[in-house]
Design a protein around this ligand. Structure first.
Ligand SMILES: Nc1ncnc2c1ncn2[C@@H]1O[C@H](COP(=O)(O)OP(=O)(O)OP(=O)(O)O)[C@@H](O)[C@H]1O
Ligand SMILES: [Mg+2]
Length: 426
């Protein structure tokens, strides 16, 4: 094999550390922003529970395997990576602020002041740290919906800001795992932000849409309205629970339950004939049995219905249930691929639902057109947008100027620079 090259400045690497699998994607970015996938590695994940690292050694081992495979395929020695983060420790806040414009027209400093002020008004618990500060909209002299107010005439400038925070300990453990593989963290990105970037259409983001990423350990949701992130939440239930339910009800080993789920699972009983039978392995040396597929489907439906009802409750409590009527819901993540998931979601939410696969344009190729790659592809897109962003190499490389627009009072290392991914991209 050819000797591997160092990671050149136009090569970005995404590391999706999921509960069931770790994926490393290597892409070359051209000057026009087009990405070419040059390597990928995938390895079963062992050290996570519900999206959070619980065993550093096992996680490091799995990351190393995925990275080794991606290095072999790309011929690049991977040095720094963009990493996804998830888990129920993630919290999000909306805040509003208003300032009087200092000159005749709005300048960068006015924008910084108003966003800084909004951020200062958010009180986050002592065990949390900011991951992203995203500007949703600016309001100039009562005129809402402005995305770029610099240069406009106005007397009053208001900003609506969305801040996402994560538990300091969870962020540190994730960084430690990556660093123990001798990799630097370019940035840590909320997984549903990345998935949203990979699978949502521009129209959906304008109209108001809810992204639901159903993984193995968690289900991550994001509400995007008028191109901006308004709400994020994590439901601590995913495909692993479906598998566990199947194993318990059908009295079959976990690995057999996982296979049965993928091969015969369905989330909507109406789609399955009452006559159909499937073979189920038994525990120990007992012989395999035949059961009605409906028995399996009832178990799957119950858990998916629970996930969707928890999301419905979350949307209702946060006041976004009506805001997503036009754009509807987009399902992604490995578990969204089960037969009937889209139909069941439509029944429960009463809005249009579709399955979101990472788009194959942008040079990434069709091998990534699988819902379980949504986060990885989104991380690559995020990385390619931030090629000019500085890499922070301090002890806590968790909040960089590329995701955080403004300094939080408790976060001295944050760089106050007006740059918001969502304002730029959505
Ligand atoms: N065809 C399929 N039908 C049903 N479930 C599937 C199918 N393919 C994959 N899954 C399930 O998808 C889950 C893995 O999805 P994904 O790769 O998105 O999760 P992850 O990123 O590892 O986990 P998380 O994001 O929760 O940390 C597993 O529970 C797996 O059983
Ligand atoms: Mg995932």
């Amino acid at each position: 094999m050819a000797r591997s090259k160092k990671q050149s400045p136009n090569v970005v690497v995404a590391l999706d550390i999921g509960t069931s699998k770790i994926v490393a994607l290597v892409a070359k970015v051209s000057s026009s922003g087009r990405m070419e996938l040059i390597g990928m590695g995938r390895h079963p994940s062992r050290g996570l529970r519900r999206g959070v690292v619980v065993d550093i050694d096992a996680t490091v081992d799995a990351i190393q395997h995925a990275v080794d495979a991606a290095e072999q395929m790309s011929g690049v020695t991977i040095e720094h990576v963009y990493v996804g983060i998830a888990g129920s420790h993630i919290k999000s806040y909306n805040q509003h602020s208003m300032v009087t414009v200092s000159g005749d027209e709005i300048g960068n400093h006015d924008v910084e002041r108003v966003v800084d002020d909004a951020v200062k008004r958010i009180s986050i618990p002592g065990d949390q740290k900011p991951l992203h500060i995203l500007t949703q909209e600016f309001i100039v002299d009562n005129q809402p919906g402005i995305r770029q107010p610099v240069g406009m005439a106005g007397v009053s400038l208001e900003a609506r800001v969305h801040m996402i925070t994560g538990a300091i300990s969870a962020v540190r453990n994730l960084s430690r795992c990556v660093e123990n593989c001798n990799l630097r963290v370019d940035d840590i990105v909320l997984e549903q932000l990345a998935s949203a970037e990979a699978v949502l259409l521009a129209d959906e983001k304008e109209l108001g849409v809810c992204l639901i990423d159903i993984g193995a350990g968690t289900t991550d949701i994001a509400v995007i309205i008028q191109g901006a992130m308004h709400h994020t939440a994590v439901i601590p239930v995913g495909g692993d629970q479906v598998t566990n339910d199947i194993a318990a009800v059908l009295r079959t080993p976990i690995h057999a339950a996982e296979d049965i789920k993928k091969n015969f699972g369905c989330a909507l009983p109406q789609l399955v004939s009452p006559e159909e039978e499937i073979e189920v392995a038994s525990v120990g040396d007992r012989p395999a049995r035949c059961i009605k597929r409906h028995t399996l489907v009832d178990v799957v439906e119950a858990r998916f219905a629970e996930i969707f009802q928890l999301i419905q409750q979350e949307l209702h409590l946060s006041g976004y249930d009506n805001a997503i009527r036009a754009g509807g819901i987009v399902l992604t993540g490995g578990s969204s691929q089960i037969e009937g998931a889209v139909e069941l979601a439509e029944e429960i939410f009463g809005v249009p639902v579709r399955l979101g696969l990472p788009e194959s344009q942008n040079g990434l190729g069709s091998q990534l057109r699988d819902a379980s790659y949504a986060t990885g592809v989104g991380l690559l897109k995020y990385a390619s947008e931030h090629l000019d962003g500085a890499v922070i190499h301090d002890d806590e490389p968790t909040v960089s100027e590329s995701t955080v627009t403004h300094r939080h009072p408790r976060e001295e290392s944050l760089i106050s620079k007006m740059k918001s991914w969502f304002i730029q991209q959505f």
